[in-house]
Design a protein around this ligand. Structure first.
Ligand SMILES: Nc1ncnc2c1ncn2[C@@H]1O[C@H](COP(=O)(O)OP(=O)(O)OP(=O)(O)O)[C@@H](O)[C@H]1O
Ligand SMILES: [Mg+2]
Length: 243
């Protein structure tokens, strides 16, 4: 069976800056894959290329057996690419349930059905009790969960999570980890960017390390964390402030 997602020799240049350099990765159906790497490694850029926010400068992106390189973001979402944003993008002046309805409307054009789907997702993500409050009144951990809920409401095959566990307390992060497992158990493939190794490594089936826009190492989490190249990318002088 073909991979659910493949990037083939993907490059992204911003003027003279090379954010992604010949990136070829694949994500199999049902996997949880961790995308890690120091600040500025090109992780969010790669997410934008996969989600269709930007077309790559060069290379191609394949999703569910189809070349989606030139397909607009909304169409990729229809095909089953769901994503969260590193900077939370919820509509602050709308209620939690209305935020999730926005996601659900991608697949349900009848409002009553979108609302039903939204409530189902709020239940799934543990936000049901907060359905009626304004998004701006949520605590940070709940805002992250709302981002996930909004993406799940689009009924993705692939969920791209950009640092949804970052900045949470250890307890909140563990709740987040449990949610990611639940998402995978529901049949959704997960590609997640995360910085905190102790949290992400026990969760993922495979880890891909980006550094300076390139794939540095890829493999089983236990092997990746011991790889000298990974250790030096995180601890080397270049990244002393960001490690
Ligand atoms: N729209 C843009 N225009 C110009 N440069 C950009 C743009 N987006 C990203 N970059 C640059 O591309 C590089 C990769 O950025 P990116 O946000 O992908 O890194 P990241 O791995 O997600 O980092 P972080 O861990 O800090 O979130 C950085 O040098 C960044 O400044
Ligand atoms: Mg980023």
């Amino acid at each position: 069976m073909t991979a659910l997602l493949e990037t083939r020799g993907v490059w992204q240049r911003f003027g003279g800056l090379v954010a992604n350099s010949d990136v070829s990765i694949s994500v199999g159906r049902g996997e949880i894959v961790g995308l890690i790497g120091p600040n500025g490694a090109g992780k969010s850029t790669l997410f934008n290329l996969i989600a269709g926010v930007l077309p790559p400068t060069q290379g191609s992106i394949w999703f569910d057996g189809e070349d989606v390189t030139r397909m607009p973001a909304a169409e990729r979402c229809q095909r089953g690419v769901g994503r969260t944003f590193q900077v939370v993008k919820s509509f602050e002046t709308m209620t939690v349930v209305d935020n999730v309805i926005v996601g659900a409307l991608v697949r349900n054009t009848v409002m009553r059905e979108a609302r039903r789907k939204a409530h189902e997702v709020l239940e799934f993500t543990g936000l049901a009790a907060r359905a009626g409050v304004l998004a701006s009144d949520l605590v940070p951990a709940e805002k992250r969960r709302l981002e996930v809920a909004r993406a799940l409401a689009t009924e993705p095959k692939l969920l791209l999570l950009d640092e949804v566990l970052t900045g949470l307390t250890p307890t909140e992060a563990q709740t987040g980890v449990a949610l990611v497992r639940k998402v995978r158990d529901a049949g959704i493939t997960v590609l997640m960017v995360e910085h905190v190794m102790e949290i992400v490594m026990p969760l993922v089936d495979r880890a891909i390390v980006l550094d300076l826009g390139k794939v540095l190492v890829e493999g089983k989490p236990a092997d990746v964390v011991r790889d000298p190249k990974v250790i030096s990318a995180y601890l080397g002088d270049r990244h002393a402030q960001s490690a």
